[in-house]
Design a protein around this ligand. Sequence first.
Ligand SMILES: NC(=O)c1ccc[n+]([C@@H]2O[C@H](COP(=O)([O-])OP(=O)(O)OC[C@H]3O[C@@H](n4cnc5c(N)ncnc54)[C@H](OP(=O)(O)O)[C@@H]3O)[C@@H](O)[C@H]2O)c1
Length: 234
Amino acid sequence: MNILITGANRGLGLCLVKQALNSNHQVFAGVRNADEERIEKLSDLKETYQDKLKIIELDVCDDDSVRLAASQLDEIQVSLDSIVNNAGILNEREKTIEELDLEACKLALDVNTLGPIRVVKYFLPLLRKGQQQSIINISSEAGSLTNAYSGDYPYGLSKVALNMLSEKLNVYLRDEDINVLSVHPGWMKTDMGGDKAPCDPMDTAKGIMDMIERKKTIRNKYVFVDHTGKSMVI
Ligand SMILES: NC(=O)c1ccc[n+]([C@@H]2O[C@H](COP(=O)([O-])OP(=O)(O)OC[C@H]3O[C@@H](n4cnc5c(N)ncnc54)[C@H](OP(=O)(O)O)[C@@H]3O)[C@@H](O)[C@H]2O)c1
């Protein structure tokens, strides 16, 4: 399968790249910034996997960057079987509503919600040429209305909106047999999740790969699930 993963240089994104390459898929690893020191781990993987891994510059906040990345792949007649919108930020963590920096809130919405919109907007024509396609939006339990908590304002808002994007895309694309899921990956040991997190992002990546490879059939009322495919509370 041909798989595009955003935010692929570290964290869950890097684990997804590893799992996909292990399973012999072709990976397009989107990175915000392709400076050598930022993509060191991907460059190491490239030495082993060669052409099976293509590193592409893709800043999900930058319309031109996303459009250019899609047109570059289109020019070499790439089709995609899966798009994983993984890139994300978690900012303004402990702030109360009175303390919130609105520019930081806009940034979270830009990366976490508008980012996946941009990626789907420009890459959908390539996905439509693929097979057994899927769009996997990496969401969070912070995007549950039922379990709303105080704090993480911009993050929670951005993930609720991402879940709505997933539902809408699911309605829009289901007649084309393109699976759309919004996946809570668990609290993972990454830069974002920190050292105390209980989940290994490699395990999460394995669960997500099973969804991409359609080893798991998910027929829930809503497309918001955890990385094992279990329904999340909306
Ligand atoms: N970790 C957890 O416990 C947890 C829990 C629930 C949900 N999630 C979600 O899981 C996903 C991955 O999280 P993670 O823990 O792997 O986070 P992470 O370790 O902080 O990595 C975030 C990734 O997103 C990339 N990124 C940020 N802004 C970007 C932009 N404008 N364009 C392209 N890439 C950008 C980063 O690239 P740079 O290196 O260039 O900054 C990095 O590759 C996120 O969507 C997050 O919300 C994580």
